[in-house]
Write a protein that binds this ligand. Structure first.
Ligand code: SAM
Length: 247
């Protein structure tokens, strides 16, 4: 795996990622708002609108929100389903989950969520146990993306749905150069100002650049077995929403 000019062995990438989120956990939500100007909220709203979780039904509707961090997606799913969905927020980082669990006490539907520490590459859940698998801004951090997609496929029931929200590659002329400038000259200093450390935010910028382009990533989703694979650009392809079904 490449981080800009450095080359990090795959086994060390997870350690680096864990260190990043350990350092930023307490300030993570604030940083998201600052660095995206609040737009991450709209992208997350769109993801959950696409999921359109049911508000009732004969059997429970279970969602695994992987790399769920501080619970932004889970909270939206619970609200959209009027508290019908049951969401498992899972993340490899206990610090992020701790912030999430604390926030969840103030949610409208606090009792329909659980927090489970797990690695997306090796899930502690049985086959076919979820109706949907969501992952927002998480998959680019996982060292072996193919393993995570295979695990997503395994834990989904037939008819289950995968939704991946991730940064993409800006494809609007002009905006691309502005975005690069913003990424290199504003993001790391902003990170340093708020968290005291610029390094995690250099990692953030590099991890976005190293993530496969949307066509390539869509192909990886299809290779994992998903059907009806789609991707939708958001905000000039700053982010993209990828979807697929286990049929
Ligand atoms: N989904 C949340 C959101 O949209 O605000 C959090 C996204 S945050 C940018 C990325 C998360 O991925 C972090 O909480 C990190 O701990 C988690 N993560 C990184 N590697 C992981 C892995 N191998 N398995 C599970 N979670 C992982």
């Amino acid at each position: 795996t490449h981080f800009g000019t450095r080359t990090v062995p795959i086994g060390d990438k997870q350690d680096l990622v864990n260190d990043v989120f350990h350092k930023v956990a307490r300030r993570y939500d604030l940083m998201n708002d600052l660095m995206s100007g609040g737009i991450h909220r709209l992208w997350k709203d769109q993801m959950v609108a696409r999921l359109a979780p049911p508000r009732g039904g004969a059997r429970p509707y279970r969602v695994l929100d992987m790399a769920g961090g501080t619970g932004d997606i889970a909270m939206r799913i619970l609200d959209a389903s009027h508290g019908f969905a049951q969401v498992t927020v899972s993340d490899i980082n206990p610090d992020m989950l701790a912030v999430g669990a604390e926030r969840a006490r103030t949610w409208r539907y606090p009792s329909n969520v659980e927090f489970v520490e797990a690695n997306a590459e090796e899930l502690p859940f049985p086959d076919k146990s979820f109706d949907a698998y969501t992952i927002a801004f998480g998959i680019r951090n996982v060292p072996r993306i193919e393993k995570a997609l295979a695990e997503a496929y395994r834990v989904l029931r037939r008819g289950g749905r995968l939704l991946v929200l991730e940064f993409s590659h800006v494809d609007v002329p002009g905006l691309d150069r502005l975005y690069d400038l913003f990424s290199d000259t504003l993001i790391p200093p902003m990170g340093k100002m708020v968290t005291g450390d610029a390094e995690p935010y250099r990692y953030l910028v590099e991890s976005i650049r190293n993530f496969p382009d949307p066509e390539r990533f869509a192909a990886m989703i299809a290779e994992a077995g998903f059907r009806r694979v789609t991707h939708t650009p958001m905000s000039g392809n700053i982010a993209a929403l990828h979807g697929g079904w286990k049929v």
